[in-house]
Write a protein that binds this ligand. Structure first.
Ligand code: CAA
Ligand code: FAD
Length: 382
């Protein structure tokens, strides 16, 4: 593993940092308050190659590697977490799966508009009764004589569901086969039989729109099946391995923003005649924040590096996501504490970072599920 970044990686990091600091961070408070989808900013990210970082140029992307993706995600998340959620779903959950398992026609039709930022993508696995236990899904796809499928059922908590043009959907095609009876489909939300529920009011990442979606006799043509019939669960899990690198990066970005504000504050704020950063109890917090931040980044870069080598990276991604999301919760908690009353005030962004950090321990597999994945990999036991 090389600890030096390439020119290309530094370039995309710089582009992301500039957009994050000039455009996204200044509007983050507004979008958090009104809970509105930041469509113009998302288009801008797409125009700058940030919606398809690992997508080859022939399909409209930036053609870079997973390490570049981590560096860019961290910068966007440091500007605003909600923007990075939308970016993460487009990059890792939508484009990644189609690039790995899709046909040439599917890549041209579905990946290009998302990578270019002219449309939004989504990923629909969770249902009202099945989140962690994803194979307990009930959404059903019934095969017709001509190879097409008719889909009926609900999916819940779908990020970008209220605005998505295309969705990677997982549905049960053979319930008797369990995980091996799940198939992945590419959904065009403009077609009949697709319905969106109300947008969920949330604790954090409020500008990222989330809703339930429903399929009523929705027809999918045979050419819109992603991968093979029955291969859907493996596709979902493989895509989530990549997604977890994105969420780890998001957690690092949120935590870094909280840490940087804290570093400034401990030098300025005085109590008992001295800057609060001179108190040993504050210094211990600063040291622990920095260690957790860098440990998270190193684990995340390792997961990205292993992915870039073309090797299986499920365990590395789970370790990165678990460590980074719990670090982000701890760091933002301490950042609020170090800011005292101002940490609790909406006049400063600390309370938003704290609210935004929480989701990283829940979506794309809760912390308990990451521990389960790691322990199964380490022990070989189930
Ligand atoms: N890659 C490839 N294949 C995998 C895999 C991986 N990472 N993980 C499992 N599989 C395969 C297994 O090898 C197995 O294959 P066989 O049938 O050939 O043996 C099959 O999948 C079933 O695996 P398990 O028996 O391990 O399945 P399980 O039912 O015990 O579940 C789990 C495992 C890890 C708990 C999984 O269900 C899981 O990750 N749950 C969490 C769901 C999740 O993360 N949801 C996120 C939704 S998207 C989202 O949240 C987006 C957002 O917020 C923005
Ligand atoms: P449950 O699975 O019911 O879990 C409840 C609790 O039990 C958790 O603490 C969990 O860790 C614990 N638990 C469950 N099983 C075990 C076990 N075996 N061992 C130990 N503890 C366990 N899903 C999508 O498909 N697409 C999206 O775009 C998407 N976006 C989301 C956006 C937001 C804002 C949110 C909140 C969720 C989103 N999700 C999405 C769903 C998300 O992935 C699930 O919420 C998550 O996987 C947890 O599932 P659950 O909510 O059903 O909780």
């Amino acid at each position: 593993m090389d600890f030096a970044f390439t020119e290309e990686q530094l370039l995309i990091q710089d582009v992301a940092r500039r957009i994050a600091q000039e455009k996204i961070a200044p509007s983050a408070e507004h979008f958090d308050k009104v809970g509105e989808f930041p469509l113009d900013n998302i288009r801008l990210l797409g125009e700058n190659g940030l919606m398809g970082i690992e997508v080859p140029a022939e399909y409209g992307g930036a053609g870079m590697d997973p390490v570049a993706y981590v560096l860019a995600m961290v910068e966007i998340a440091a500007g605003d977490a909600a923007h990075s959620t939308i970016m993460s779903v487009n990059n890792s959950l939508f484009c990644n799966g189609i690039l790995t398992w899709g046909s040439e026609e599917q890549k041209q039709k579905y990946v290009r508009p998302i990578a270019e930022g002219s449309a939004i993508g989504a990923f629909a696995l969770t249902e009202p009764q099945s989140g962690s236990d994803a194979t307990a899904m009930r959404c059903k796809a019934v095969k017709q004589a001509d190879g097409s499928f008719v889909i009926n059922g609900k999916k819940s908590w779908i990020t970008s569901g209220p605005v998505a043009r295309y969705i990677v959907l997982f549905a049960m095609t053979d319930a008797d086969k369990g995980a091996r009876g799940i198939t992945a489909f590419l959904i065009d939300t403009d077609k009949p039989g697709f319905h969106r529920g109300k947008t969920e009011p949330k604790l954090g990442i409020r500008a990222s729109a989330t809703c339930e979606i429903e399929f009523q006799d929705y027809l999918v043509a045979a050419e819109d099946v992603l991968g093979e019939e029955g291969q859907g669960f493996k596709i979902a899990m493989g895509v989530l391995d990549a997604g977890r690198i994105g969420i780890a990066s998001q957690a690092i970005g949120i935590a870094r923003a909280a840490y940087e504000k804290t570093l400034e504050y401990v030098k300025d704020r005085k109590a008992f005649g001295a800057p609060i950063g001179t108190f040993q109890m504050t210094q211990a917090k600063i040291a622990d924040m920095k260690c957790k931040l860098d440990a998270s980044l190193l684990l995340t870069l390792r997961a990205a590096w292993v992915k870039g080598q073309g090797q299986r990276f499920s365990n590395e991604a789970a370790m990165a996501k678990l460590t980074a999301s719990e670090a982000a919760m701890w760091i933002t908690h301490q950042a609020v504490q170090i800011h005292g009353g101002m940490g609790y005030s909406k006049e400063m962004p600390l309370e938003r970072y704290f609210r935004d950090a929480k989701i990283t321990e829940i979506y794309e597999g809760t912390s308990e599920i990451q521990r389960l994945v790691i322990a199964r990999n380490e022990t070989g036991l189930r």
